[in-house]
Design a protein around this ligand. Sequence first.
Ligand code: NAD
Ligand code: MG
Length: 302
Amino acid sequence: MAKHATYDPYTMRDPRTQYPQPDFSKQPQPAPGLAADMVPKPDHGETSYRGNGRLKGRKALVTGGDSGIGRAAAIAFAREGASVMINYLPEEQEDADDVIALLTGEGHTVFGVPGDLKDEAFCKQLVARAVKDLGGLDILANVAGRQQFAKSIADLDSAAFQATFQTNVFALFWLCKAALPHMPPGAAIVNTASIQAYEPSDILLDYAPTKAAIVAFTKALAKQAAEKGIRVNAVAPGPVWTPLQPSGGQPQDKLVEFGKNVPLKRPGQPVECAPVYVLLASQEASFITGETYGVTGGHMLP
Ligand code: NAD
Ligand code: MG
């Protein structure tokens, strides 16, 4: 089997059949999960994403850049001409090595920095490293996230609730706070919300409110950052085929049908989110700030 998915995202065709459709096989993994162990392999654009110089010379930090939507954003940013630093958890080194090898092999500048974003001191160090190694910071793409389902509030303990808020909300605050003083006018922050911000699942009682917080945080920070000529937006994906889901994001019986309930009747692939991250990071989005952009297969944002 090919190491990476090899779909063609550029030829006009019916989007419903463009990528794998349910049913999928059960495939439990421990969190945070590896893209390398998924069947079918997610498409992060490895063999397909074509850059057009839209981010030439930019310096970008992407959290969660080892896999899933973050990997797709990192590949797209690099191929659009940016130097990129990705962050991930130490357990994900295998996925990180895969994308770093791919992009450095193409001649792009890519740094990998493992570390836990639940730690405020690490968030500050990560931004300092990005500024030093990249020679500045023009794009902060906050893609890392924690999603672990719990059937009932009775099963959700304080440690889990706290870890989800720390990863999804506090880290966002710490990273943005550390990054903004280094970002010049024209720079952009792109956060990652979710359809869950608007249509929370019963089994995501901690995760869904973190995503609602990200939408409000994005709007409030956009108003502040406008004073510096910096834009702040969010992407809100619907179901996307990434290791987040088999590693506790969904029960395995729901994973089998993952994506079936959206109008396009399949999950999105990470590469299908990448063009939105690129647009929001680029100067072409010069009049777009404080927005949340859905990539949902038709399960629309309100
Ligand atoms: P993913 O598992 O590939 O990416 C999530 C990443 O978060 C991991 O790779 C990991 O590196 C990072 N992460 C988690 N905890 C961390 C920590 N404590 N410190 C540092 N890094 C940490 O899955 P994905 O689906 O691509 O997730 C990316 C983002 O997209 C998340 O914010 C997620 O909430 C959001 N999202 C995903 C979906 C979906 O269906 N997959 C839908 C809506 C939103
Ligand atoms: Mg990962």
